[in-house]
Design a protein around this ligand. Structure first.
Ligand SMILES: [Cu+2]
Length: 273
């Protein structure tokens, strides 16, 4: 069983191992390589066959949970000791501190939404953007022009006992999911994407490796919510018979056999430090 650690607590060796595994997956030329994950996120950014799977829907959390599990397994083919670390942006809130150090995710883009200038993902030779709606082949960031959510705002969201509510989309005004995803205040997940900017502000956001650290934190927050309110299937909504979204026992594309019910209790597979 893997333990996902806070990125600020990784040793130099652990940081180097994560970066190395990510780069090996990027260099893989067939199968579910790094760019497959980028393409998949772009595909499921939109509605597919009339269903919203990954965003603006109840399955935002279970879809990304499975997506991270698949990514972590793909890394572990190269290094079984690697787990995805999480970026707790309620604590690490600067553009040059963890995880944006030169030995890990690297720093800001140069000159406002320009290419990342430091670290292992700086420049198209180190890290080439292959799949994107924009033309830049270098990773871009424009960090810090907005604000990150606070610990008090996270607590307010974790205190909402109902998972989600009709109309089960970005207009849902009650329920935890839409405040966690970020179409309602305090906009947790969306705000961190916007704060990093550059590729992280686009549908091809997994091109920025910090995507995985951010979504690992969102998954951790969901796990904390589950710890408080329950890991059982009764905590996920909607249960059944809802058109256009993923009910508890509906399969989530692109996986044919993975339902929200199947991923709710992750504790046998991985835990959070
Ligand atoms: Cu996201």
């Amino acid at each position: 069983m893997g333990v996902r650690k806070n990125a600020r607590d990784l040793t130099s060796t652990e940081k180097a191992a994560f970066v190395a595994a990510v780069k090996r997956l990027k260099a893989q030329t067939t199968g579910r390589n790094y760019d497959w994950f980028v393409t998949t996120h772009m595909t499921y950014f939109a509605t597919v066959s009339g269903v919203r799977y990954a965003h603006q829907s109840p399955s935002f959390l279970p879809w990304h949970r499975q997506y991270l599990i698949e990514f972590e397994r793909a890394l572990q083919v190269y290094d079984p000791a690697v787990s995805i670390p999480y970026w707790d942006w309620t604590v690490d809130r600067t553009t040059s501190g963890a995880p944006f150090t030169a030995d890990f995710m690297g720093g800001n883009g140069s000159g406002g939404n320009g290419p990342v200038a430091t670290g292992p993902f700086a420049g198209a030779t180190n890290w080439r953007i292959n799949v994107s709606p924009s033309s830049s082949t270098s990773l871009r960031r424009a960090m810090g022009s907005s604000s990150l959510p606070t610990a008090a705002q996270v607590d307010s969201v974790l205190g909402i006992s109902t998972y989600d509510a009709a109309p089960w989309n970005s207009s849902s005004t009650s329920g935890m999911r839409n405040r966690m995803e970020g179409w309602q205040t305090p906009n947790l997940h969306n705000r961190a994407h916007v704060w990093v900017g550059g590729h992280m502000g686009q549908q091809d956001s997994p091109n920025d490796p910090v995507f995985w650290l951010h979504h690992c934190n969102i998954d951790r927050l969901w796990s904390l919510w589950q710890t408080r309110w329950g890991f059982d299937t009764g905590r996920y909504l909607p249960a059944a018979g809802t058109s256009g979204v993923v009910d508890l026992n509906d399969a989530m594309q692109p996986w044919s056999d993975v339902t929200p019910a199947a991923v709710l209790d992750h504790r046998a597979g991985y835990t959070y430090a």
